[in-house]
Write a protein that binds this ligand. Sequence first.
Ligand code: NAD
Length: 382
Amino acid sequence: MVNDGPMQTPSPTPKANPNRRKFIKQAGTLGAGAALASQSSLWLPRVQSQETKRLGYALVGLGGLSTHQIAPGLQKTQHSYLAGIVSGTPSKIKAWQAKYQIPEKNCYNYDTFDQIADNPDIDVVYIVLPNGMHAEYTIRAAKAGKHVLCEKPMANTASDCMAMIEACRDAGKELAIGYRCQFEPHHQTCMQLARDKTFGNLKVIDAGFGFKIGDPNQWRLKADLAGGGALMDVGIYALQACRYLAGEEPIEISAQETKTDPVKFAEVDESIVWTMKFTSGVLAYCSTTYAFSGINRFHAHCDKGWFSLNPAYSYGGIKGQTSKGEAIEHPEIDQFAQEMDDFSQSLLQGKRSRVSGEEGWKDLKVIEAIYASIRSGEAIKL
Ligand code: NAD
């Protein structure tokens, strides 16, 4: 695997330099707006809102992510609150109502979901269902006149992504994707380091994310519900990171897959390594797996040094370093609270989200090219 191979970057031992450390801290907080504003359509400047209105969110699917991350995140938001829930399990609805004081009129099941159109308490529908259900529920939410925040990966196919974008556009509603890392300050600092060329021109990115998956019967291993395996689930974080560090789109993809457990991974991918060539010549080599834990990083090699995050994509505990021996340090934030408040602020200010549906569609186009390269054994031009 890539992380054991000859291209692995040795772990540096940082020497603390208080002055430099201070700069790196500020880069992610004070400078992020300037860095983001300097980019094209991918980024929009963040304007501090005086608006105190909170938007009501309805969570669709009360599984692990909703229970352990999103609902707790909604207790920390300033512009968003948990207004409603949608679940097929009546006992879950009762438990959530009691825990979060959600009125009966704001609770739905999958059959009554479309009646959400008549509920003024719900501004945003947050889709937290298995990937293969994202398109249907996004389109239904848009037709019900609601803005949509949809978890990653946006959908099983790029054409489903486009149908979601068009449904929201036709309904005059906004669509954003749950790319939480884009709101995480270590990641924002790294975006700025790349934009500012602090370590020179970006040349090569090494990025990967994987973990050892358990229960062989879960939906993540079923093609219709998951759309794919490790790549769709967690490899997408490495793909996203490469795109937002490079600040441009890949033009050529090559990929290889291996299955060491063809029974467990009969329907979806187990481990994939892929390379991407970007417009300016930046190269990325990436990996993803469901076979083992331990890859959770990116390393950006520039012509005058490097910067990296490892672990990079966790909910917390992100650590960054640079070739100058500095640590990239920021206080811990709740990425979900940040992501939802950013969407609410975008809506309140009448702006596009920086993690719009088009971002999700672009990732699915690359993912489809990765699968096409695996099938054909050839490089795919985009
Ligand atoms: P989960 O299995 O814990 O929850 C899925 C929910 O969907 C459950 O409540 C389940 O009852 C419901 N559901 C409805 N119809 C279903 C069906 N036909 N099959 C299976 N479940 C069905 O999954 P999760 O970990 O909460 O993931 C949900 C979504 O969130 C996925 O798209 C996943 O990729 C995404 N996710 C994102 C992050 C992140 O960090 N942004 C982390 C985890 C999951």
